[in-house]
Design a protein around this ligand. Sequence first.
Ligand code: PLP
Length: 393
Amino acid sequence: MFENLNDYPVDPIMIGADYFAQDPRDDKLNLTVGVYQDEHGHTPILQAVKEAERILVETQVSKSYLALTGDAEYCNLIGLDILGSAFGDEWVTAQTSGGAVALRVMADLVAQLPVSPTVWLQTPTYGNYIPILTAAGAKYRGIPYYDRIRSKITFERMLKHLSHAKAGDLFLMQGYCHNPTGADMTADQFDALLNVLDERGVIPWIDLAYLGFAQGWEADSDFARKIADRFDECIICITLSKSFGIYRDRAGALFVKTRPADKSKMQRAVSAIVRSGASHAPDHGPSVVRTIMGDPKLKNMWLDDLETMRLRVRGIRQNIVQTERSNHDADILKYIGSQSGMFSLLPITTEQEHALTRDHGIHVVQGGRVNVARLKPDDISSLINATHDVLGL
Ligand SMILES: Cc1ncc(COP(=O)(O)O)c(C=O)c1O
């Protein structure tokens, strides 16, 4: 039977990790994996997380199942913190295993609607959206978002393509720190996009993965708040993997805003889909988040650490710009300084990308994505020199 298995594609990030492991060079550089690293190359456990874990070990009295949609207190704490007064009774919430499961629950729900809408995606975008939508059987189409060679958002083209969307379709976009481009819409562009979605009756679906890495935790929620304030129906998926540094502990959430008449149906649909897939939410990561969010002292400790991570990534971006200017009197990579989050795309072709790995031992994700948070000070000039070399400068 298993000889009939299809040949499944491997995630480009995993392929990159394999190539990196096989590369015998001592001075190779791995910029593929999407996790934060400190200046020592470690992905640290934040102090507030350690403290919350200690409290949990001492106080947790049961490991019984949670409700299918998880712990209401966890969802409420996150909902209120991120959406403020825009969060209320009209929301159906679920505690999910990271952001990926929140996305998958919603993808299943969309695919199972009697008239299945199209999900419009920014291109390029997070590499797991298409596998998730495909596995769910949801319809999707791409819209140009960013020109890798010109290092610019293709905003007008994105709006133009949205004119093909029908009422009831969905637009899946990201919050700040866009993965993989690092390029975020300006506030004016975001407002213009919301106008178009509103006019066309397209439902916004926002995926928040890097809250706190652009301007700070509070400021980075404003895109989601604007959507939540304005639209009767919208979807918010959240992962706290990055903001709390708890990648493997799987803390995420799904928030769906419905019209009042549809709320109980939505609640049952989300519960049924969770039951047939993830079945129950894992508790540890979300409990850590709930413990931190519910304790002002721990919350401040965590916010300080989040700010440290944000400033480090920002500092690396500035360092790239300054080093290129002082060593090469050039500004090919200047755009990296005004982007945010861990990722940016190098302005290189696929062939140049292969040369970067072959000739310089620099490993990037297919499509030219680099994780700037993995750069140590010495790596910065290596990356710049190699990029200039493959560009023939
Ligand atoms: C944009 C985006 N959304 C969702 C996720 C999924 O996060 P999680 O690991 O919590 O499932 C990621 C992870 O890299 C991401 O970059």
